[in-house]
Write a protein that binds this ligand. Structure first.
Ligand code: AMP
Ligand code: TRP
Length: 343
């Protein structure tokens, strides 16, 4: 009897939690973006019900060259497929193909206070660095991000530290809308990665690796050739002490160990014992090779995909269709609650 109950329980279909995340289309990601975010998306897609998008509407909050933007949107979409996201299993789409994002963003703008947007640190930073174009889109950017998340009734949103404040505001907006109009949106939780890889600059390991670093030696782009990768790792800043182990004051070595561990799956202790008695030259060679090997299949798949623009467009269209089905359902629900007349 007890067994029968247990069996019945284990057979009951449990709804998988839904995850949504987006990546901006501006510029090719770095090894930091890959190990810190994108590689994780692939792992999550095996476990959860996932929707992933290229956040192209967000890109025009800073001035873009239209031809360049168009190219970057398709490149980012191809990259999402190249890292192994399966468009049959997950919803992989381009934000601007689903008009519900802009539509819900307008509604949510009316549930967001001027004061709370003014407190967003990214707005303060970006309005300082783009002082000649402090547009209203830049100001309400977190509201569009809230719409991205709430449209899909996402349970979990994997975000890095820089986006935590925006996720917090999405939760506040959802709670406010729900309390005025009745339960409409799922309140999203941040998804904190188990292994929180934070990859640092190769030239200044106290700073995060970033594609906007003026020194190209400081970051590895996801499409750097194996030769470039080897060269950049060889010139990475280390220390004069010479031992491969994780420790204080060894930020450069710690960072290379972190990178090596992410690419090979080896623990820090294992790496230390593997390189005992060896110098930084040997270690850097191994790190460079591991990174090149990690990125090689992605680059190859990406190159194949980019040769097949028709396939990319058809896949984007299918993704948009699947995304729209969920998004429009939520949008209709929200519009109805507000009192709009649905036809
Ligand atoms: P960004 O390109 O800075 O807008 O970041 C996009 C995503 O990649 C965010 O989720 C970041 O947390 C992640 N990311 C960016 N740079 C790094 C890095 N150096 N190490 C780990 N994750 C990163
Ligand atoms: N703002 C995010 C970034 O710059 C990208 C983004 C847009 C996003 N919409 C989102 C991330 C929704 C998570 C969920 O990285």
């Amino acid at each position: 009897m007890e067994n029968a109950i247990n069996n019945a329980q284990s057979c009951a279909p449990e709804r998988k939690k839904r995850i949504l995340s987006c990546i901006q289309s501006s510029g090719m990601p770095t090894l930091g973006n890959y190990l810190g975010a994108l590689k994780n998306w692939k792992l999550l897609s095996d476990e959860f019900d996932c929707a992933f998008a290229v956040a192209d509407l967000h890109a025009i909050t800073v001035r873009q060259d239209p031809q360049k933007l168009k190219k970057q949107i398709m490149e980012m979409f191809a990259l999402l497929l190249a890292i192994g996201l399966d468009p049959e299993e997950s919803i992989v789409f381009i934000q601007s193909h689903v008009p519900a994002h802009s539509q819900l963003a307008w509604i949510l703008n009316c549930y967001t206070q001027f004061g709370e947007m003014s407190r967003m640190t990214q707005f303060k930073d970006k309005s300082a660095s783009h002082a000649d174009n402090v547009n209203v889109g830049l100001f309400t950017y977190p509201v569009l991000m809230a719409a991205d998340i709430l449209l899909y009734q996402a349970d979990l949103v994997p975000v890095g530290a820089d986006q935590k404040q925006h996720l917090e505001i999405a939760r506040d907006i959802a709670n406010r809308f729900n309390s005025v109009n009745g339960k409409t949106f799922t309140i999203p939780e941040p998804y904190i990665r188990k292994s929180g890889a934070r990859i640092m600059s190769l030239q200044d390991p106290t700073k995060k690796m970033s594609k906007s670093d003026p020194n190209p030696k400081a970051f590895i782009s996801i499409f750097d050739s194996p030769e470039t990768i080897m060269k950049k790792v060889r010139s990475a800043v280390t220390d004069s002490e010479g031992g491969v182990y994780y420790g204080e004051g060894k930020e450069g070595v710690n960072n290379l160990m972190e990178i090596y561990s992410c690419c090979t799956g080896l623990s820090m202790d294992q790496i230390t014992s593997d390189f005992e008695g060896k110098g930084y030259g040997d270690f850097k060679k191994a790190v460079g090779e591991a990174v090149a090997e990690e990125l090689r299949p992605i680059r190859e798949r990406y190159e194949d995909l980019m040769k097949n623009q028709d396939y990319l467009k058809a896949t984007a269209a299918k993704g948009a269709e699947k995304a729209s089905r969920i998004a429009n359902r939520t949008l209709d629900k929200a519009m109805k609650k507000c009192g709009f007349v649905l036809l």
